[in-house]
Write a protein that binds this ligand. Structure first.
Ligand code: UD1
Length: 365
């Protein structure tokens, strides 16, 4: 069975790594890694391949950055000839980035089966580009692997036949569980001169937070204020850095005591999250990773496509209006205890691969 594993942007690499490893062990499977090149900086891409022990991709489409239409179109134009030449039996796409939707569209139109890992998540907010990518990808996928019950419910409501939906758990947690020991050994807190349980780890990159000059400058004011109470490590996404420079906000943060670093590798990030007092983020993956690690998380967004991290986990939505109060609650130890959701157990890739193995056996018999 020829299986393409599509990856594109930073959060995708953690999702394909356990699938690649599991498929590599199977004699019936031929995995082929397609990197669309949506993320291309060393610290946004290569560092993750290195940390996760992934081989060089079989092909890199090298699309890079552009508007939504440009990026989506470039991925489609570059992936179509690859599919025609390689003739995969299945294309597995993960997550919700532009390349996820673009590759799903290409494969589906060529009559190649598409499987979506992390299907069914919905923020019900179409102003997020990812929500559109999720809805389109799920609507054309042949197999939909969901991380939690809410994913199944969303898909059924949208009319997806239940035979196509397989609840397998959270693939990010496979990678987290497999790498946690290594992340802990790295002791990244000492590299930044901070002490366990006595710093805040921050990542922010959503257009709704960082593309608007006013909201980005209010965020930076909050962080500068917070950094006077407790060390703050802000691992900065290139989109955020570019906007800070463009808006001229970088001057106001000089000397504030904030520790701003370029994007960190996987082990370093997980090592820092694991020992943080709390995390402030707008990332999808960090909402899940903090829930698994039992670390309080404030998500600076009006909604989340991962509600289970709130109902079961340690996550809380926040806004610029209530951020100070939320931060003070956590600094004063008023945080909720979370639980790890069902099937977030490090064995999601095995469950996914078993589905393909069974299909392969049925095909052969
Ligand atoms: C993309 C995903 C988002 C995901 C995020 C993780 C979409 C619509 N968005 O957002 O869902 O949460 O990745 O990081 O697919 N840039 C670099 N170097 C890189 C990559 C990007 O400098 O390696 C800069 C460029 O200026 C680029 C900007 O970041 O224009 C945005 O990159 P893009 O891939 O369009 O979206 P992200 O914000 O990274």
């Amino acid at each position: 069975m020829h299986i393409h594993l599509v990856c594109a942007a930073r959060p995708n690499f953690m999702k394909i790594a356990p699938l690649y490893r599991a498929l590599k062990k199977e004699v019936w499977a031929k995995p082929f890694i397609v990197h669309t090149g949506q993320h291309y900086d060393i610290d946004m891409s290569d560092a993750f391949f290195r940390d996760l022990g992934l081989p060089e991709p079989n092909i890199n489409l090298g699309v890079g950055s552009g508007s939504h239409a440009e990026q989506t179109a470039w991925v489609m134009m570059a992936f179509e000839p690859v599919c025609i030449q390689e003739k995969p039996d299945w294309v597995i796409v993960v997550g919700d980035v532009n390349s996820t939707m673009a590759c799903a569209l290409v494969a589906s139109k060529l009559g190649i089966k598409v499987a979506h890992v992390e299907a069914g998540l919905r923020s019900f907010d179409k102003s997020m580009p990812e929500e559109i990518n999720r809805i389109v990808t799920d609507s054309i996928s042949d197999l939909l692997f969901t991380p939690s019950e809410d994913g199944d419910a969303n898909l059924l409501r949208e009319g997806i036949p239940k035979e196509k939906i397989k609840r397998v758990g959270n693939i990010m947690i496979d990678t987290l569980a497999a790498n946690l020991e290594k992340a802990r050994q790295l002791k990244p807190d000492s590299r930044f001169g901070v002490k366990e349980n006595n710093y805040v780890f921050v990542t922010l990159h959503r257009p709704s937070n960082v593309d608007d000059m006013h909201s980005l400058s209010v965020i930076m004011d909050h962080l500068a204020k917070l950094a006077k109470k407790i060390p703050v490590i802000f691992a900065m996404h290139p989109r955020t850095k570019k906007n800070l420079q463009q808006f001229g906000i970088h001057n106001t943060i000089n000397g504030s005591g904030l520790i701003i670093t370029s994007p960190l590798g996987y082990h370093e990030t997980i090592g820092l999250v694991d020992k943080a007092r709390f995390v402030l983020t707008d990332s999808g993956g960090l909402q899940e990773e903090t829930t698994f690690l039992g670390i309080p998380c404030l998500t600076l967004r009006p909604n989340t496509e991962r509600p289970i991290t709130i109902t079961n986990g340690t996550n809380k939505l926040t806004s610029l209006e209530i951020l100070e109060q939320d931060v003070n609650d956590l600094l004063n130890g008023r945080n909720k205890k979370g639980a790890i959701p069902e099937l977030w157990d490090g064995h999601t890739a095995e469950r996914i691969i078993t589905t393909f193995k069974d299909m392969n056996e049925q095909r052969g018999s």
